[in-house]
Design a protein around this ligand. Structure first.
Ligand code: C2E
Ligand code: CA
Ligand code: CA
Ligand code: CA
Length: 279
C-alpha cells in the first residue's frame, strides 16, 4: 500500500480484498522472520537402496510465525523470492545447515552429506560462489560434506554464468543435484555440460508407482538417462514399500520419503544417528 497522500491511501485500503490483506500480513511477517528467530531447519534422511544406509540429509526450512503459526515453504519460499528476501534467507539456511554438519562431525556422527536447497535467484548472483566458500570457511565444514540442490529452471535465465559457477562449486568438492527433475521443461543439453552428480526424480512421478503406466515409464526413463550420463538417481516422496521395491528393482540409487522418515528436528535425529552404527 502506497501512502502518498491521505486520499490515495484511503482508496487503496478500501479496494483491498481480504485476501490481499492476508497476503500483506504474510509479507510483513516474513520480513520480520529472520530477526524474530522464527525459522528453523528440519532434516530428512536419504537412504541407499543398495545398502540401506543413510547417505545424507536434506535440510528443509520451517517458519513458525508467533501470530500466523506454521506456514508451508511452498507458500513462503516463492513469496520470499518475489519480495527480495530469498538471498538473506538462503544464506541463513546454508550457514545453519553447515554449522549443524560441523557439529555432527565434532560429535563423531557420520551423516554423509548435508543437502541444501538453493533458489534460482541465489545462484544467479555473481557473489554466490564466494558466499558458499565463506560459509564453509566460517563453519569449518569441508566441501565434501555439502550438497546443493538446484532446480532445472534456475539455469535458464543465465546459463553461461550459472554453469561456470556450478563448475567452480563442483571443483571445490561440493556435489550438485538437480531437484524436481522432469518438471522444468528445460532442454536436456545442459545435463551433459554441467558438473552434476545427481538427479532427483520429482515426487509427482514417484506417487503413481508401481501401477501408473505413465509414471513407471517416466521413472524408468529418468533412471536410465541419469545412469547413461554417469549421474546418481534419487527418488523423492517415497511413501510405500511397493514404490521402494519398484525403484530398487529398477536400479534407482537413493531414496527419500516418509516411508523411511519424515523431516525431523536435530534433537530427534542426533539420538537416532548416534544409536545407529550403520550410518
Ligand atoms: P523439495 O526441495 O522438493 O523438498 C521435498 C518436499 O517433499 C519437502 O516439503 C518434504 O518435506 C516433502 N516430502 C518428503 N518426503 C515426502 C513424502 O514421502 N511424501 C510427501 N508427500 N512429501 C514428502 P517441504 O519441506 O514442505 O518443502 C517444500 C519445498 O519448499 C521444497 O521442495 C523446496 O522447493 C522448498 N524449500 C524448502 N526449504 C527450502 C530452503 O531452505 N530453500 C529453498 N530455496 N527452498 C526450500
Ligand atoms: Ca530439494
Ligand atoms: Ca524436490
Ligand atoms: Ca518439490
Amino acid at each position: 500500500v502506497k501512502q502518498d497522500g491521505r486520499n490515495s491511501y484511503a482508496f487503496y485500503t478500501e479496494s483491498l480484498t481480504q485476501e490481499s490483506v492476508a497476503k500483506l500480513k504474510l509479507q510483513s511477517a516474513l520480513h520480520d522472520a529472520l530477526e524474530l528467530n522464527a525459522f528453523h531447519l528440519e532434516y530428512q534422511p536419504k537412504i541407499s537402496f543398495r545398502t540401506g544406509d543413510v547417505v545424507g540429509f536434506e535440510a528443509l526450512l520451517r517458519w513458525v510465525d508467533p501470530v500466523l503459526g506454521s506456514i508451508s515453504p511452498d507458500i513462503f519460499i516463492p513469496l520470499a523470492e518475489k519480495i527480495g528476501l530469498i538471498q538473506d534467507i538462503g544464506r541463513w539456511v546454508l550457514k545453519r545447515a553447515c554449522e549443524q554438519g560441523q557439529r555432527w562431525r565434532k560429535q563423531g556422527v557420520s551423516f554423509g552429506r548435508i543437502a541444501v536447497n538453493v533458489a534460482g535467484q541465489q545462484i544467479q548472483r555473481s557473489s554466490f560462489v564466494d558466499e558458499v566458500a565463506e560459509i564453509l570457511k566460517q563453519t569449518g565444514l569441508p566441501a565434501s560434506s555439502l550438497e546443493l540442490e538446484v532446480t532445472e529452471s534456475c539455469m535458464m535465465s543465465n546459463p553461461e554464468l550459472v554453469s561456470q559457477d556450478l563448475a567452480k562449486l563442483g571443483q571445490m568438492g561440493i556435489e550438485l543435484s538437480i531437484d524436481d527433475f522432469g518438471t522444468g521443461y528445460s532442454s536436456l543439453s545442459y545435463l551433459k555440460k554441467l558438473p552434476l552428480h545427481k538427479l532427483k526424480i520429482d515426487q509427482s512421478f514417484v506417487a503413481g508407482l508401481p501401477f501408473d503406466t505413465h509414471n513407471t515409464a517416466i521413472a524408468k526413463a529418468i533412471i536410465a538417462m541419469g545412469h547413461a550420463l554417469n549421474l546418481q538417481v534419487v527418488a523423492e516422496g517415497v511413501e510405500t514399500q511397493a514404490q521402494a521395491d519398484f525403484l530398487k528393482d529398477n536400479h534407482c540409487d537413493h531414496a527419500q520419503g516418509y516411508f523411511y522418515s519424515k523431516p525431523k528436528l536435530v534433537e530427534e535425529l542426533t539420538a537416532f544417528l548416534i544409536a545407529d552404527d550403520r550410518v
